[in-house]
Design a protein around this ligand. Sequence first.
Ligand code: SAH
Length: 527
Amino acid sequence: MEYKKNDIVRITIEDIGNDGEGIGKADGYTLFVKDAVIGDVIEARITKCKKNYGYARVEKVATPSPFRVEPKCAFHRQCGGCQIQAMGYERQLAYKQNKVCNHLQRIGGFAPKLIDTVMEPIVGMEEPWHYRNKAQYPVGYDRAGNLVAGFYAGRTHDIIANTDCPLGSPENQVILEAVLSYMRENGVSAYLESTGEGLVRHVLIRTGFTSGEIMVCLVINGKRLPEEDKLVERLTGLLLEGTVLAGDSGQSAADDEVSAGVCEQSVQMEGREIPCKRIVSISVSVNREKTNVIMGQEIRVLWGRGWIEDSLRVLDSTDFGTAGRADEGTGNEERITFRISPLSFYQVNPRQTEKLYCLALEYAGLTGQETVWDLYCGIGTISLFMAKRARKVYGVEVIPQAIEDAKENARRNGITNAEFLVGKAEEVLPGFYKGNGASDEQMRHPDVIVVDPPRKGCDEKCLETMLAMQPKRIVYVSCDPATLARDLKVLRGGGYELKRARAVDQFGHTGHVEVIIMMQYCGKEKN
Ligand code: SAH
């Protein structure tokens, strides 16, 4: 049967697509349906027809899937952030586990039997809400011309007014409302993408979950905000979770050694101990470009310091439970503290990051004698974990500011065996391999190479040099299983065998998944 746009069909959702969408068939014709949950029987309206498949949207859920749950967020269907909030969390985890296995098999060409043997159970979250430590809210106007902050509707730049995202930190709402009232009272305009006019583009809020320290950074299309002191006054006067006026910490906010990444004051909330939240950094980021890139490179501090601190526990064990859903893990007293600036990358889900980094440590198999390269090192997070157990660690990162932070982080933690280099991994690594000045044999032939690239994966030149360096083990941390699988195929071709693999859910309710794998050199080149 030939289908056309606007046809209504009744289908059963039998599979889940790459972005978490439901997949069903109408008389053999495959339809991709956003917001449909595997197991649903739905009435779908076809929105687009291609030759062999089409797209549709849910008109009515006729029989809900046993995996369907009531979403927490009223905006989940419009917002581009959460693709699978209507799917029960356990089913989300199973979907992600399966997605990783499929990519390893289809793109990586690994045998299903090998994948079965090496894949460990996905590490889920204890509490899959309010887990994000970072949010970037666009500011603009709604249809009626009201000043709003919120989220972009999926695949568009229309702003949905919503300051209460259930994935974000709860105090974000109070902070955003304060920014909006400052703007209204002082006639500060929001940026309009269509004309390139107006001032405030985004509000970035970052929270140190252990330190309680909060950074607020307004991204503006100009050099200054009108009445900047009024903004500072408002924000520092906020009463946040469990505390103390933010303004009380004004003195210590300027002090650079205050917190050591752990807040001494804490309160009991819902049976959990949480640190007192306080704003310690207010800044603007100047972005006058007509671009989708959120942050501008120039940061000016209006109040407090230019960064927040947070700390991560070095967990004792990676025995997170086998039921798919991991418990919190146990921490000894070992912690590493990080300084985080507005422009530097820091994992968005700190509780899961502790688990991820401890897996990285375990997969690296360090005894204290090793030389390790940590490529795409950001502010040196993984490097400093490795440095605790290795002889020497070299971190490479393209953003100079992040490398500044990495060096400062090493110093603060008393770590002296980590060195950080600015540059592209695909340039720095070959440079040292070819024997650039300072490189010694151990640098040229490290024991372990760790990589944690952005979604697009590793550059070919980087992979090539890794193979030439021939480390015993390669640990690959990835936020995109498709490019991971592509790169692993190259590494396998160069003589490496896949030994361990585990997915970690860093991004609950979204279709994204983090994966960590370990490959070991097996001495013979294979294809
Ligand atoms: N390992 C860190 C950061 C991972 S995010 C952590 O877990 O916190 C990826 C990092 O790679 C970002 O900091 C980004 O700035 C950096 N990056 C992107 N392209 C790069 C390249 N070609 N060479 C080196 N670093 C790069």
